[in-house]
Design a protein around this ligand. Structure first.
Ligand SMILES: [Zn+2]
Length: 68
């Protein structure tokens, strides 16, 4: 897996690939948002200050025989 494959296989753009984990028959990809792509969710401005981070879980379509 790579940042490029995340984009081409899953349509994930603007995030950096971190790691892959295999848990209970599921494949889990960890990604992170690069600091330079932070922006205000309201007006889109990039003049923002990052305060901490949170984890979100996304479900995706299956890849091959594995459940996503
Ligand atoms: Zn704003």
């Amino acid at each position: 897996m790579s940042t490029s494959l995340l984009y081409h296989a899953l349509g994930v753009r603007g995030y950096k690939y971190v790691k892959t984990e295999y848990v209970g028959g599921e494949v889990s990809f960890t990604i992170e948002q690069p600091r330079e792509s932070y922006c205000c969710p309201v007006c889109g401005s990039d003049r923002v200050i990052g305060r901490g981070q949170s984890y979100r879980r996304f479900r995706t379509v299956s890849i091959g025989a594995k459940r996503g």
